[in-house]
Write a protein that binds this ligand. Structure first.
Ligand code: PRP
Length: 211
C-alpha cells in the first residue's frame, strides 16, 4: 500500500487537526514531541505521512499531488485559487474575513471613493471590491500586523481576519463590512480523490461522525 500524505498548515490549525484525527484513530506519535525539528512524520501501521507547511503552501502541495490531503483555512484556499477538491468543513478555526477601519472610513466605502486597502489577502480583497462591490480601490499587500496600516495612514481600510475582535478593539478599529465566514477545511488532490477513493472516502466519513 502506498503512503497517503497529509499536509497541515503550521500553527493553531495543525494541533486541532491532529486532535481531530486522533478521535478517528489516526495518530502520529513522533509529531507530539514539541522540540522536534523533523519535517515529516510517519505512521507505519496505517501507511500515513504528515508534514507541516506554511499555510499558503498547503494548496500548492495538494494541487501538485505532493500531498494527497491538506488541512488549511478557507482564507488560504480562496487566496491561492488552486485546483483541488474542498471536501469538508472541519468546523474549527472559525472566524470572518472583514473590511475593517476607523468609523470615519464607513462614509468612504459608501460613496465608492478611491480608497487604499491594505491586506495579506490581495486576491480576496480584489474579488470583493471589483467583482462583488464594483468599486475601484488600490490594494496594498502586507505580510502581517495589518491593523497598523490605517493607524499610520498607509491605507483607509484593511481586509483581514477577525476572530475575537480584540485586535481591532485595542487599536480603535471596527468591522465595517463582512466579506465571508472562514474555518478550517479539508482539501484533496483531484487525482488522489479518484485513485485513493476508498481510503480517503473512509477518512472523510469517519471525520463527519466526530465533527
Ligand atoms: C490574525 C489577524 C488579526 C487577528 C485577529 O493575525 O490578522 O490580526 O489575528 O484576531 P482577533 O480578532 O482575535 O484579535 P495573526 O495573529 O494570525 O498574525 P498577523 O497579524 O501576523 O497576520
Amino acid at each position: 500500500m502506498r503512503y497517503l500524505t497529509f499536509a497541515l498548515a503550521k500553527g493553531r490549525l495543525a494541533k486541532k487537526s491532529m486532535e481531530l484525527f486522533g478521535q478517528i484513530g489516526i495518530t502520529c506519535r513522533e509529531m507530539e514531541d514539541p522540540a522536534t525539528r523533523k519535517l515529516i512524520f510517519v505512521n507505519e501501521e496505517l501507511k500515513l505521512r504528515f508534514f507541516l507547511a506554511k499555510a499558503p503552501d498547503v494548496p500548492t502541495y495538494v494541487e501538485y499531488g505532493a500531498a494527497d490531503v491538506g488541512i488549511v483555512g478557507k482564507d488560504t484556499i480562496l487566496e491561492e485559487g488552486r485546483r483541488m477538491y474542498e471536501v469538508l468543513d472541519l468546523g474549527y478555526g472559525k472566524c470572518r474575513m472583514c473590511v475593517c477601519g476607523p468609523e470615519s472610513a464607513r462614509e468612504l466605502l459608501k460613496h465608492q471613493e478611491l480608497i487604499r486597502v491594505a491586506t495579506k489577502y490581495p486576491q480576496i480583497a480584489k474579488d470583493y471590491f471589483y467583482n462583488r462591490k464594483h468599486q475601484t480601490v488600490e490594494i496594498i499587500k502586507l505580510n502581517g500586523s495589518i491593523e497598523l496600516a490605517p493607524i499610520v495612514g498607509l491605507s483607509e481600510v484593511i481586509v483581514d481576519i477577525v476572530e475575537t475582535g480584540s485586535t481591532l478593539r485595542e487599536n480603535g478599529l471596527n468591522v465595517l463590512e463582512e466579506v465571508c465566514p472562514l474555518s478550517a477545511r479539508m482539501v484533496v488532490n483531484q487525482v488522489s480523490m479518484k485513485m485513493e477513493n476508498e481510503r480517503i472516502g473512509r477518512i472523510i466519513n469517519e471525520l463527519k461522525t466526530v465533527i
